[in-house]
Design a protein around this ligand. Structure first.
Ligand code: FES
Length: 152
């Protein structure tokens, strides 16, 4: 590491820019090789990222990996009419939150709470083995929010 840092310090701006471009291309290649197109699309441009100002239901869970996920919902007559998610976790978790909020908006609480992590995994066209727990974190956080809902 120290050896590489020494090399970087001596680089010209042009060499540094070239190295950064190569690294970026490698990251993008690795992403495309590792993740489905849907996952990449969802985490690069997530929907419903944030925390609702006046939520009717809140769920927040820290997963076994140390990442936290939060869901806030607005509910009327048993229907979820708005949902946002927040996470400090990995790209796969962002993709899970984005996809899950899109799925549950417009659904009844009864329907939303039956949705499973396997269904979320399918909706994302799969995830690598090391990210299989990410949909579970998203689903558990949603379920906690629904359980904590203080509206009929
Ligand atoms: Fe922790 Fe995805 S939720 S790695």
């Amino acid at each position: 590491m120290e050896k590489n840092w020494g090399k970087v310090e001596k680089m010209t701006d042009e060499e540094l820019e070239k190295l950064l471009k190569e690294l970026q291309e490698k990251i993008e290649y690795d992403e495309e090789y590792t993740f489905s197109e849907i996952v990449i699309r969802e985490y690069r441009n997530p929907s419903n990222f944030g925390v609702l100002e006046k939520p009717d239901a809140i769920g927040e869970i820290k997963g076994p990996c140390g990442d936290t996920m939060k869901f806030t919902l607005n509910i009327k007559n048993g229907n979820i009419f708005n949902a946002q998610f927040w996470t400090d976790g990995c790209g796969a978790t962002i993709a899970c939150g984005s996809m899950l909020t899109k799925i549950i908006i417009g659904k009844t609480l009864e329907t939303a709470k039956k949705f499973t992590s396997s269904q979320l995994l399918l909706a994302l066209d799969g995830l690598p083995i090391e990210h299989q727990h990410c949909p579970t974190l998203a689903i558990n956080t949603l379920k906690q929010a629904i359980q904590n809902c203080h509206i009929d």
